[in-house]
Design a protein around this ligand. Structure first.
Ligand code: HEM
Ligand code: NAG
Ligand code: NAG
Ligand code: NAG
Length: 358
């Protein structure tokens, strides 16, 4: 009885919010300062078609599998957060970031798409555009193609020469973090509370596996922060997957494939999937911002674009640092060692933009 009336109350609140929600403008102008070495017009001379090529390939891939949008957005986060947006997460092999636990669920199709786009861009312009910039542009376009805001991103990043260490990958936040720990993890990377709340809104798309949220499901872990019906459904679903790595659940139960502010509705309805999500609406340090984003999608889009541009510039390599990789999965020295002549063809006749150390 009490349970069903509280559910009616939640439904009423959500309906009221839906009516209030402002119609958002789709383009956000970000006035964040940009770091030295990046520029809003970096490829205007060397590869003017890059943005069009990336947009076309992302749209084409998403038409076939909308899940790739979430795949790209998460790869971008896992690239930037540990040691800066240097495409280090794309390096494959035995000592790469990809074998670290948080990366084991990065989507291979999205990783492959980034290198497919790289190949198309290099075919058009020569090896002038880095895998780090292609990842950044493809992620921005995945946000737009899923219904999120358009915003310009500064370009000129170069690719890292080595994967991030396990220690750095270990700085990625975990889904069982409470809000103070999330705030600290973000603060360690010069990201503030507004960045935390807005960037977590990327969980408006994509999926999580049982292992990422099953800590919340046992009866003795019921702290009242999860809607009982939702909890029951998740417990039943995950009971069939003892490994926790097979069964998955959408992160935003309302509009799982749309980039919108419904994620924050989920939190109000106590249907956030991870502890790290749900905490945002309950903790006094983040609750006002999370509620504001539920009430006003334009405010969410505005902050998301700002925070995205901010994260996209953390610890980037510019100028002659790093290299422009000829294959996003391998360093150039390695790729030359094992390379076919096809890879070298792309580079022929244009040494500019090649590895500083090559
Ligand atoms: C605030 C701290 C964050 C935590 C604790 C966190 C944690 C996670 C976890 C555990 C998963 C599911 C992995 C799995 O079980 O397969 C996930 C998925 C995802 N995360 Fe986050 N994340 C955070 C922030 C972010 C940020 C900042 C972004 C991007 C801006 C992001 C984008 C995504 C996306 C798009 C997915 C779905 C991926 C897919 O469907 O392939 N997350 N996150
Ligand atoms: C933040 O950085 C400090 C100093 O490096 C470290 O001890 C701490 O564990 C970090 N916190 C989180 C949550 O990553
Ligand atoms: C890039 O390198 C990876 C790993 O060595 C390889 O599997 C892949 O085929 C290469 N891609 C291209 C386009 O040559
Ligand atoms: C995308 C990707 O490379 N994932 C790898 C993550 O790590 C596991 C375990 O080593 C590999 O099996 C995956 O292929």
């Amino acid at each position: 009885m009490a349970r069903s009336s509280s559910r009616v109350a939640v439904a009423a609140v959500l309906a009221a919010i839906a009516i209030c929600a402002a119609v958002s403008s789709a383009t956000v102008t970000v006035n964040e300062p940009i770091v030295n070495g990046l520029s809003w017009s970096f490829y205007d001379a060397s590869c003017p078609s890059v943005e069009g090529i990336v947009r076309w390939h992302v749209a084409d891939a998403l038409r076939r599998d909308i899940g790739i949008a979430a795949g790209l957005i998460r790869i971008f986060f896992h690239d930037c957060f540990p040691q800066g947006c240097d495409a280090s997460v794309l390096l494959s092999g035995p000592n790469s970031e990809q074998i670290e636990i948080p990366n084991q669920t990065l989507r291979p199709a999205a990783l492959k798409l980034i290198d497919d786009i790289r190949a198309a861009v290099h075919a058009a312009c020569g090896p002038t555009v880095s895998c780090a910039d292609i990842t950044t542009l493809a992620t921005r376009d995945a946000v737009v193609a899923s219904g999120g805001p358009f915003f310009d991103v500064p370009l000129g990043r170069r690719d890292g020469l080595a994967p991030a260490s396990s220690d750095l990958v270990g700085t990625l936040p975990a889904p069982f973090f409470d809000v103070p720990t999330l705030i600290e993890a973000f603060k360690n990377r010069s990201l503030d509370k507004a960045d935390l709340v807005a960037l977590s809104g990327a969980h408006t798309v994509g999926r999580g596996h049982c292992a990422s949220f099953s800590d919340r499901l046992p009866p003795n872990a019921d702290d009242g922060t999860m809607d009982p019906a939702f909890r029951q459904k998740l417990a039943a679903k995950c009971a069939s997957d003892p490994s926790g790595n097979v069964v998955s659940q959408v992160l935003d139960v309302r509009t799982p494939n749309a980039f919108d502010n419904k994620y924050y509705f989920d939190l109000i309805a106590r249907q956030g999937l991870f502890k790290s999500d749900q905490g945002l609406i309950n903790h006094p340090d983040t609750m006002r911002t999370a509620t504001r984003f539920a009430l006003n999608q334009a405010a969410f889009f505005d902050q998301f674009a700002r925070s995205f541009v901010k994260m996209s510039q953390m610890d980037v390599l510019t100028g002659t640092a790093g290299e422009i990789r000829l294959n996003c999965s391998v360093r150039n020295t390695a790729s030359v060692d094992i390379s076919s002549s096809a890879q070298l063809d792309t580079a022929a006749g244009d040494d500019e933009g090649l590895a500083a150390d090559a």
